[in-house]
Design a protein around this ligand. Structure first.
Ligand code: ADP
Ligand code: MG
Length: 319
């Protein structure tokens, strides 16, 4: 049974008017007086999200980064964190000191205050609840309109390449050694500033955590629309472009691999120039990759506008 179906069993569907965004988005939004509180929770577990040999500094950084990314996708500003830490290492003092170095890199950058948490003994598991705030303009997965452009930030697939390289020193594509992508996998940069800015132009947004295609499909399902995507427009790293064009399954690996933590958003075409302008101002690559359609399916076309079969797996599912 898929992750989506399992979550649906738990979904209470009871919505009070204080819950502006319930279960089903990157974060929930609650109304508190005049303010909107945005809350998300994500966990990283040993042997699922990282190996037992992973550097604690990377784990500290990444466990906060993935949560910040969910708030970025809502157009929210992160503020406070709760940290639940389960650890069974003998040298736990050292481990936690190093974990803290990674965690602090991001908490300092965004001025996020750690306000509590929990500590337990057991196989390493990190769970963070992150609180943020937003004004009355925020981004959900459910308001994409037919005709909207579909945009993505940065490059897609760098994290997949980094993951492959990290787990196999001999991994190569063509003559490229690919070492530089490990950084993108270990230290993804959440797109907070972008989320705060694009919300004035966008109808929906999601962060790409489980794969571009799967996360796009989540927007489509929740907006009850479809999309046409053009493969040659998807921003994959230049170094591997030639090889991906020759090898479609490699291309699909890059756009279903996940952990990109880029923002995928839809915007009315009238905002094209303003989004390009924003891209220059923030120095973040923003690329239109397709269009929201009335038909309800996700379709991908190659450079000759030939419709391609979708890969069996659109992205990462825990189950
Ligand atoms: P993301 O990848 O953006 O972190 P997920 O795919 O993990 O989002 O979760 C999808 C939605 O399901 C989110 O709104 C999340 O809060 C909710 N969710 C996930 N697990 C549970 C759970 N055990 N109980 C209730 N809601 C859950
Ligand atoms: Mg998300």
């Amino acid at each position: 049974m898929s992750e989506f179906k399992l979550i649906n069993i738990l979904n209470s569907k009871k919505i009070t008017k204080e819950i502006l965004v319930p279960i089903g988005d990157d974060a929930s939004i609650l109304k508190f007086g005049n303010k909107n509180m945005v809350v998300t929770m994500d966990s990283l577990n040993v042997n699922t999200h990282f190996s037992d040999l992973e550097s604690p500094e990377v784990i500290g950084y990444k466990s906060l980064a993935v949560n910040i990314s969910d708030l970025a996708a809502m157009g929210a500003l992160p503020k406070y964190a709760l940290l639940s830490l389960t650890i069974n290492k003998k040298d736990r003092l050292n481990w936690i000191k190093k974990f803290n170095i990674g965690f602090k890199k991001l908490s300092k950058k965004y001025n996020i205050q750690l306000i509590g948490g929990d500590m337990n003994k057991g196989p390493i598991s990190i769970s963070i609840t992150l609180f943020g705030e937003t004004d009355n303009k925020f981004l959900q997965r459910e308001n994409a309109d037919v005709g909207d452009d579909i945009w993505v930030s940065g490059f897609i697939g760098e994290s997949f390449l980094g993951f492959m390289k990290k787990n196999n020193a001999n991994f190569k594509i063509g003559n490229n050694c690919l070492n530089e992508f490990i950084k993108k996998h270990d230290y993804p940069v959440p797109r907070v500033e972008l989320g705060l800015k694009i919300k004035q132009f966008s109808s929906t947004c999601i962060d790409v955590s489980d794969g571009l295609l799967l996360d796009l499909q989540r927007i489509l399902k929740q907006s009850t629309v479809g999309a046409d995507i053009f493969l040659d427009k998807i921003p994959i790293p230049k170094k591997v472009k030639k090889d991906c064009n020759k090898n479609i399954s490699l291309f699909f690996n890059l756009i279903t691999g996940g952990e990109d933590y880029e923002l995928l958003f839809t915007s009315n075409k009238k905002y094209r120039n303003r989004i390009m302008h924003l891209s220059q101002k923030l120095k973040i690559k923003l690329t239109p990759i397709g269009e929201v359609k009335k038909h309800k399916s996700l379709r991908i076309f190659d450079k000759d506008l030939k419709k391609l079969n979708l890969p069996n797996k659109l992205g990462y599912d825990h189950f």
